[in-house]
Design a protein around this ligand. Structure first.
Ligand code: F6R
Length: 609
């Protein structure tokens, strides 16, 4: 949520600054702005709307060079997404400028005090109090003023601060919201996330919570909030700049859908050798996994759905009691953990505020935390006891696709590994299941090859004003995820339901104007699912069946069909169903002319609670 980009060094063209910011646009796209300093003066531009609009406004200045600037792309929290509320914000004398990601919880009381002391506010944002506070404490040293201001703030914040009075420094602050430092050859960078610095450098320092960084052209110093100097931990990133680019695809979402077979192949090959599964960073000893009784899973959105699939698996194959909840609920529940319980959390970004809070609650109670995460330097990874990295690469489309199936693959491997250790799965079944899991990328490719047919079906179905996604057992979470994908990018109301629950209420919605997606692979619950589909058919719902090629019954009842390859272990079918439903949602949204990669009101990496 909100993207910050900053640089200090040799002159850099405005075009490069905008390029860095554009790579963070997935974090918010309500408004954006730049404040650059040259010859002791600010150059400022702000725009409501997307970075392209800012770029248009800057078209005559794209080649102008600046040695210092901060930029911001906003996902509005406090105050409407208009030009006045867009960042950067300034002090009364327009000598200090700040961009901010996060929420200042005590901003109202600070604002009232600052107004009483004569400060003039122009925006409705919480951010503006930060820059006035810095102004208040400024007495010749920007650093000292920032140290003093930060102590007064509560909430979460990543900040980037510059001043015309000290044009040789760029200050970054992190508490609760992500901020990284990129070390370049001609200067240094601040950014909310790795993709922004990829065109410039692969050397990075992940700032930790409670740290303040002072960047100069050729030096970076890091301090704790109480001014103790800290050592810098420089890491090399192996992501290629092109990994975060759209290439020939029209949308990041479609590119990321098509990357899935490769991502899953990579995960499988890195964790599986022959018939052995090894997770180098799991940090959970076999005797612990052998004895664990209760597993708690917390995650948000799509990651929660991946966790839901793992719940079915852990119960069925590992003989474990598993509870799952969304992180925002989990963190406020009174849960009686016991020694030896395991807490699993799943997150693409590793910066989701609710998930981090849930982890902190679990850790307070002494429970071991295992994270399934896609960002190595993220807060989640740093705070967890163990990690299974998902290797999906940068996911830029706001709607999560490849990160989801990567999470499922990682979780299924973890389940098989645990079942093996616990002796709850025979060696023969273990090997057979592993073999089939290794085939999943090939099956996913088969589904991707049917895009044309799915597109035609999506075109027809995009006329419906409401959708129901139905599944049973391990494909109930697939139904939840299918509905989430559709509603977030097409804005059509859609609900995911366990098919057996229809008759307890939602069936009242069914008539000839509803699209009903029935996920019906030939698994143990197939016969039950057929009865549920009959009930929809009898009420004239328009049915899209997600079925196996050998299917006869669901196919007869459906108006349209998407075939997925049949599996010996149908419990892996969510990895195939996901691809079909992602393509379906993508083409419905495309047909309706929606902004697929940047759906309204959303942003990736939800760093506020
Ligand atoms: C949906 C989506 C979100 C995220 C959720 C959690 O397509 O992307 O629902 O899954 O915000 O984000 P992470 O995985 O970064 O914790």
């Amino acid at each position: 949520m909100c993207g910050i980009f900053g640089y200090i060094g040799k002159d850099m063209p405005v075009a490069s600054y905008v390029e860095g910011l554009s790579r963070l646009e997935y974090r918010g796209y309500d408004s954006c702005g730049i404040a650059a300093i040259k010859n002791g003066e600010f150059f400022i531009r702000k725009r409501q709307g997307k970075i392209n609009q800012l770029k248009c406004e800057l078209r005559d200045e794209l080649n102008s060079q600046y040695p210092l600037a901060i930029l911001h792309t906003r996902w509005a929290t406090h105050g409407k997404p208009n030009q006045i509320n867009s960042h950067p914000h300034f002090d009364c004398k327009k000598q200090i400028s700040v961009v901010h990601n996060g929420i200042i919880e005590n901003y109202l009381s600070l604002k009232e005090e600052l107004i009483r002391q004569g400060h003039k506010f122009v925006s409705e944002t919480d951010t503006e109090v930060i820059v006035h506070l810095i102004e208040k404490y400024y007495s010749g040293s920007l650093e000292d003023a920032v140290f003093a201001a930060v102590k007064k703030l509560s909430g979460s914040f990543a900040l980037s601060v510059i001043s015309t009075r000290t044009p040789d420094e760029l200050i970054g602050v992190r508490k609760g919201s992500p901020l990284i430092i990129g070390l370049g050859r001609d200067g240094n960078f601040l950014a909310s996330d790795i993709p922004a610095i990829l065109p410039f450098t692969n050397k990075v320092i992940y700032l930790k919570d409670g740290e303040l960084a002072i960047l100069k052209k050729d030096e970076v110093k890091i301090f704790s909030f109480d001014k103790k100097p800290l050592g810098a931990r420089i890491e090399k990133i192996s992501i290629h700049p092109q990994d975060a680019e759209k290439k020939h695809y029209e949308h990041f979402m479609r590119k990321e859908i098509f990357e899935q077979p490769e991502v899953l192949r990579k995960i499988f090959s890195l964790y599986v050798t022959g018939n052995t599964i090894r997770f180098p960073q799991i940090n959970l000893k076999n005797p612990f996994l052998k004895k664990v009784k209760n597993v708690f899973i917390a995650a948000c959105g799509t990651a929660y759905h991946a966790g839901y699939i793992a719940k079915y698996f852990l119960e069925k194959y590992c003989d474990l009691d598993v509870e799952i909840d969304t992180s925002s609920e989990f963190r406020y529940r009174k849960i009686n953990f016991h020694t030896g319980d395991l807490f699993i959390t799943i997150s693409q970004s590793g910066e989701t505020a609710d998930t981090l809070s849930a982890v902190r609650e679990a850790k307070k109670k002494g429970v071991k935390v295992l994270s399934i995460c896609n960002v190595l330097g993220s807060s989640l990874v740093k705070e967890s006891d163990g990690l299974i990295f998902t290797y999906a690469g940068p996911e830029i489309g706001v709607a999560s696709t490849k990160a989801y199936t990567a999470q499922i693959m990682a979780l299924l491997l973890f389940c098989l590994h645990t079942a093996h250790i616990r002796g709850t799965l025979s060696r023969k079944s273990f090997c057979r299941m592993l073999k089939e899991l290794g085939q999943i990328p090939r099956y996913q490719k088969e589904i991707l090859g049917k895009e044309k047919e799915i597109k035609t079906i999506a075109k027809d179905f995009s006329r419906f004003g409401c959708f129901l996604f139905l599944g049973r057992g391990i494909n109930f979470p697939s139904a939840l995820e299918g509905a989430l994908k559709l509603k977030e990018i097409s804005y059509i109301p859609a609900e995911g339901y366990p098919a057996g629950e229809m008759k307890h209420g939602p069936i009242a919605l069914i008539d000839e104007y509803r699209g009903v997606i029935c996920i019906a692979p030939q698994d143990d619950l197939y016969d039950k699912m057929i009865s549920n589909i009959q009930e929809i058919k009898a009420r004239k719902g328009k049915i899209l069946g997600i079925v196996n090629r050998t299917d006869t019954q669901a196919s007869r009842l459906s108006d349209e069909l998407i075939y997925i390859p049949g599996l010996k272990y149908q419990d892996f079918s969510p990895l195939l169903v996901a691809v079909a439903l992602q393509l379906f949602a993508y083409h419905v949204a495309k047909n309706l002319g929606r902004e697929i990669d940047q759906p309204r009101n959303l942003a990736k990496s939800v760093t506020v609670e």
